[in-house]
Design a binder for this molecule. Structure first.
Ligand SMILES: Cc1cc2nc3c(=O)[nH]c(=O)nc-3n(C[C@H](O)[C@H](O)[C@H](O)COP(=O)(O)OP(=O)(O)OC[C@H]3O[C@@H](n4cnc5c(N)ncnc54)[C@H](O)[C@@H]3O)c2cc1C
Length: 482
């Protein structure tokens, strides 16, 4: 069963997992009005691997490197720039085809790829074998994974061992011959309630006295002691919305509580090796920011398209200041695309594993996050106040008022009022809605804060080279010295 069907995936979620949302315990998440949307979003990924279109199927399915058996391409550990470019292509196509975020396997494999790199650097055969065996388990059963990295962290100014209680960071509380017992909570974990396997990675660098916090492992979602407390999402479309026939795509995040959870040794990738915790967190962040910038390209393309279309519907597409704004919009999107491709094209090799270029991946994520709100403002500006005040589909359908709306809400002659209204509603989703506010915060924090990206940019940039060049230019050192 190397490639599952959407139904097989859904069935696998009825496994006794402990899930709460809006204060209620949910026994079957596939039938829940909010969590069912998450399940369907992930299930759509299984439709890509089952696609009848060979161009789609060949992108999402790859031969197992040893057996040749078909496996999900997310489970191909990147060995070169082509593998990284394929990962970008997969993520982008999945958004184009199914709409919405694709995180069915991405974050989990970002964690696992980082665990591979670090197991190799540690030279610990047991961890390397564990990572290989776990990857084979994912390949064989085509499992959905989530990546649990972010700890709740308590007082951010204090290290894990200096907090009011020891559980603000996930840690080992016991060990025996069979395995380890862990306690703590991971927060904001995308699609966690609908995952088959949770992959845990430390949230930060740990110090010598924090060995118990330097822990990484994988565990099934229905393991005893695990509870998911989920964000309430939007649920399905209402009949007030235009284009309500398309599926909503959303992935609910959850706090995952680990209440003395037993993890067998064969599922452990790090336990106590605090010296490698930074490499693990850092390598995960690089893989994950690369995933992020890949999916953000098609996301911002649609938003940019709303601005282009609204300029036309409003009859302003030839006007100077609007064209100036469209140029800024295009530059934002294309800079992101260029950096994403560059990060894949210039990987850093750890043994035989290709890690996306860390400097470029962080620059791309910083570009995306730091300029996103200005990008949104440009779309709001071009669209006009109607993005905040538009009537909804029910108004349009009411014969008492329909003709007023048709008559008064037209724009440029060559477009129908209905198409203008549909485009207004699409733009509203992205720049004036509950969903758009969610994305504004997500942009700043998901995949790490901007401070985290700047920290990695400083580590990876040749600051000393810049300085030497300036010193040579100033005549302080000879130009031959740099
Ligand atoms: C929608 C969404 C989905 C997510 N999905 C996942 C996921 O699937 N898996 C996962 O593991 N995580 C996920 N995250 C978590 C994300 O990585 C974190 O939000 C991010 O790392 C910031 O952490 P935080 O939210 O705890 O914010 P905080 O750490 O509280 O940061 C708030 C501010 O404080 C600053 N700050 C924090 N600590 C310090 C310090 N010690 N010194 C100086 N400044 C500091 C930060 O730079 C930031 O400016 C997701 C987040 C969102 C919003």
């Amino acid at each position: 069963m190397a490639i599952r069907t959407a139904d097989e995936y859904k069935k696998s979620l009825r496994d006794g997992r402990r899930v709460y949302i809006r204060g209620q315990k949910v026994d079957d998440i596939t039938k829940h009005p909010i969590l069912g949307v998450t399940v369907d979003t992930i299930a759509a990924g299984y439709e890509l691997t089952a696609s009848k279109d060979p161009a789609v199927r060949d992108l999402f399915v790859a031969p197992h490197p040893k057996t040749g058996e078909p496996v999900n391409r997310y489970f191909i550990t990147p060995k070169n720039k082509e593998d990284l470019a394929n990962r970008t292509k997969m993520i982008q196509r999945s958004i184009e085809i199914i709409g919405g975020l694709p995180f069915g396997k991405d974050i989990g494999t970002d964690c696992l790829n980082a665990a591979f790199v670090v197991a190799g650097q540690m030279g610990k055969k047991q961890y390397q074998d564990n990572a290989v065996n776990f990857l084979e388990h994912l390949r064989k059963n085509d499992l959905h994974t989530c990546g649990a990295v972010t700890c709740v962290k308590g007082d951010r100014s204090k290290e894990p061992s200096k907090q009011k209680h020891p559980d603000y960071y996930l840690h080992v509380v016991d060990k025996n011959k069979e395995g380890i017992v862990v306690k703590g909570a991971k927060i904001h974990i995308t699609s966690a309630p609908a995952a088959n396997e949770i992959i845990v990675v430390p949230t930060r660098q740990m110090r010598e006295d924090e060995g118990d916090y330097a822990v990484s492992f994988a565990i099934p979602a229905n393991t005893k002691g695990i509870t998911f407390i989920c964000r309430g999402g939007r649920g399905t479309w209402s009949d007030h919305e235009f284009h309500a026939d398309r599926p909503v795509r959303e992935l609910t995040e959850a706090i995952i509580i680990f209440d003395n959870v037993f993890v067998p040794w064969e599922r452990v990738f790090m336990c106590g090796e605090w010296q490698y915790s930074m490499l693990l967190a850092y390598t995960f962040a690089t893989f994950h920011r690369f995933t992020a910038i890949s999916y953000k390209v098609p996301a911002v393309e649609v938003m940019a398209g709303c601005a282009v279309a609204m300029a036309k519907y409003n009859g302003l597409d030839k006007v100077g200041h609007i064209r100036d704004k469209l140029a800024d919009i295009a530059a934002y999107v294309e800079t992101l695309r260029a950096l994403t491709n560059a990060a894949a094209n210039d990987p850093v090799m750890y043994g035989d594993i290709a890690v996306p270029n860390p400097l470029i991946a962080n620059m791309a994520k910083l570009h995306f996050a730091s300029k996103y709100h200005a990008f949104v403002e440009l779309i709001q500006d071009i669209g006009g106040g109607i993005l905040a005040t538009a009537p909804d589909k029910k108004d349009w359908e009411n014969p008492d008022i329909h003709d007023y709306l048709e008559h008064y809400l037209g724009g440029a002659d060559k477009y129908s009022t209905l198409d203008r209204l549909k485009m207004i509603h699409e733009a509203m989703r992205h720049v004036c809605s509950h969903e758009s506010a969610f994305h504004e915060v997500t942009t700043v924090h998901a995949e790490g804060s901007m401070a985290a990206q700047k920290m990695m940019i400083l580590v990876e940039s040749p600051l000393q080279r810049y300085e030497m060049m300036a010193m040579a230019a100033a005549g302080i050192i000879s130009s031959k010295q740099h």
